[in-house]
Write a protein of this length. Sequence first.
Length: 130
Amino acid sequence: MRARNRPAPPTDAGFTLIELMVVVLIVGILAAIAVPVFLEQANSARDSVASSDLAQAKIAEMAYVAENSGATTSDQPTLVHYGLVWSTGVTHPLILLGPASGEFCISAQSESGADFKITTHTGVEAGICS
């Protein structure tokens, strides 16, 4: 009879509100750290696409120069026959011919909004042709 009057022992079934709030806080802090890093990586990938396209455009222009006795062209449809293909997201491609024979500058903008250029004598670098 005495056993019936005893209250049941408390059970630890579940989490307290404080424990749940601590977990939510930790997840929030991790998300605040991870989101900017992820966005920067995405922009870096977009910039790499533009850089790769500019390197390919330089190869196409150099092939045209080799095949046409040193003459350059700013006609992009002509350069398609030499391997020029702009990726989706790469905008404002521009080919400027230099003052000297065989010189050129090619610029484009990546999907992230960054401008890049490549010239006859340089690799891909930030900026636009002038």
